[in-house]
Design a protein around this ligand. Structure first.
Ligand code: AMP
Length: 504
């Protein structure tokens, strides 16, 4: 696996792999500590290759455990500390790990060995010989399983292999600086865009500059830290870029060494590109696109001034090396320019399918009979012009809110678990540019609760936090006596969304 080879290589240098608010971790230490964890896994569990679940935020040792799992031939399953216990429990129940590394102190009894930071300290500090390649995750073996929002109300697992990640690195690294630098490590491990730092960044011997949840929530602290960071490469969702750009202080003076922004995960607005181009004259802006199922990103391109001036949306880029893109409508390939169709991704970054869900895998994944390439139907509508792709929206109820991938049905199913909710319909509320601002839920109650709308909404949000992470909890909760229906007899979501127009 490329990243493990490179880690081994840079461990012979004095480079720094990770910086966070408390400490720095050298490549040498990362290599040694991950060897120690791998050796412990191999000694304790032998040939058993069950995935290792890792719950936390951006702790130093989390990275060591992650690479340790890979060196021992095991996949890891990251669960962010913001995921509520019930949802984390579902994921752990599906994965059935033998080991859970828990930086949150919230992992319930699950029949696995649960390692706290105190348990880890002596374990990672022990000396271990380098782990021979024969134990590493092989090309076709899963390296991680990410759980994303699923339309049935249960998170769905997406395994990605070491071969997929190598192909992703080969495709992305030509866009990276030739050697070293400092990359922003803000994106959660549960979201695959973190791979731009963890896999591509480590493969280039870069330093991961860590921004944890507490820093993300405190702009003053964040800016103070960024000012000391020496950052050369910015990686984030456009939403996080926008949050920072709201402050005038977000400029080249704050980040004098910054040479590139890399955005991924959701629509990149013109306004953000214009602001950044003005405030960061020495940095170029890269837009990229990709679903978790095809390993982080499959398109990329630099956003030029001409693209910024163009009235079209900002393009998502061209296929990265090794990736083939196709557009399809009504079962036929769309070859003409500017003709929209569903985007199909083919090539070595496409993962094997969904974890334990052959039914879902069969619907979305395929193997092309003529080329033998693995393919994935994205559900994204796009068109292309001169090989440059433009995104025009989804064909289903999946959406992005502040960079988070959400299936509306997932929110509805979980709201229906609350004792007094019989049926829930959730709609996105968008701004004039079509960007989702927040979610609104319309609810049929089982029985009258005697509460005012405000008190009811507060109580329901509190209950919903047991099942849903904060970003999935609708901002508005409105009790209704019935749902409007469309001509097909389905809940008329457009009418529900329209009923909110003009409300703050
Ligand atoms: P995720 O699996 O969380 O990375 O979400 C993948 C989905 O996010 C894609 O299928 C798109 O709908 C959306 N997405 C990702 N990148 C972009 C982008 N650059 N522009 C617009 N939508 C994007």
């Amino acid at each position: 696996m490329l990243v493990l080879e490179q880690l081994k290589f840079f461990a012979k240098t004095d480079r720094i792999a990770l910086v966070n608010r408390e400490e720095t971790l050298s490549y040498r230490e990362l290599d040694a500590r991950s060897n120690a964890f791998a050796a412990w896994l191999l000694n304790t569990f032998g040939a058993d290759r069950s995935p290792v679940v890792i719950c936390g935020d951006k702790e130093t040792d989390l990275l060591c455990c992650l690479f340790g799992a890979l060196k021992s031939g095991r996949a890891y399953v990251p669960i962010d500390s913001v995921v509520p216990e019930g949802r984390a429990g579902q994921i752990i129940g599906d994965v059935k790990p033998r080991v859970v590394v828990d930086f949150t102190g919230r992992v319930p009894d699950c029949g696995a060995v649960v390692l706290s930071p105190a348990d880890l300290a002596p374990l990672l500090g022990g000396s271990a010989a380098p782990i021979s390649r024969q134990y590493w995750v092989g090309d076709a073996g899963p390296a991680y399983i990410l759980f994303t929002s699923g339309s049935t109300g249960r998170p769905k697992g997406v395994p990605i292999t070491a071969g997929n990640l190598d192909a992703f690195c080969r495709g992305l690294l030509p866009y990276y600086p030739a050697d070293g630098g400092v990359v922003l490590h803000q994106v959660s491990y549960s979201f695959d865009v973190s791979g731009c730092a963890v896999y591509a960044g480590i493969s280039r011997g870069m330093t991961l500059f860590t921004v944890d949840h507490a820093m993300t929530g405190n702009l003053q602290e964040l800016f103070a830290a960024l000012g000391e960071s020496g950052l050369t490469l910015w990686v984030s969702t456009p939403s996080f870029g926008e949050l920072c750009a709201q402050s005038r202080g977000f400029s080249q003076e704050l980040l004098p060494r910054l040479r590139q922004f890399l955005f991924c995960g959701e629509v990149l607005p013109h306004t953000l590109c214009d602001t950044l181009a003005e405030r960061f004259p020495a940095a170029r802006i890269l837009n990229t696109y990709g679903p978790t199922e095809a390993t982080v990103l499959v398109t990329a391109d630099e956003i030029t001034e001409e693209m910024r001036r163009d009235s079209r949306t900002i393009p998502i880029g061209r296929a990265i090396d090794g990736v083939t893109l196709q557009l399809e409508r009504d079962g036929a390939e769309v070859t003409g320019e500017e003709q929209p169709g569903e985007l199909l991704i083919l090539g070595p970054t496409v993962g094997p399918g969904y974890f334990g869900r052959p039914d879902l895998t069969e619907k979305a994944f395929f193997t092309d009979p003529t080329t033998g390439l693995r393919g994935y139907r994205t559900g994204d509508l796009c068109y292309q012009r001169n090989g440059l792709y433009y995104y025009c929206g989804r064909a289903d109820n999946q959406l992005k809110l502040n960079g988070y991938r959400i299936e509306l049905e997932d929110v509805e199913e979980n709201l229906q678990k609350l004792p007094n909710i019989r049926r829930a319909a959730v709609v996105p509320v968008r701004d004039g540019d079509g960007k989702v601002q927040y979610l609104a839920a319309f609810l049929l109650l089982r029985e009258e609760d005697g509460l005012t709308p405000l008190k009811r909404a507060i109580a329901l949000k509190k209950q919903a936090a047991a099942y849903l992470p904060a970003y999935m909890i609708p901002r508005k909760m409105t009790a209704v006596e019935s749902f409007p229906l469309n001509v097909n007899g389905k809940i008329d979501r457009k009418a529900l969304a329209a009923s909110l127009e003009g409300t703050p």
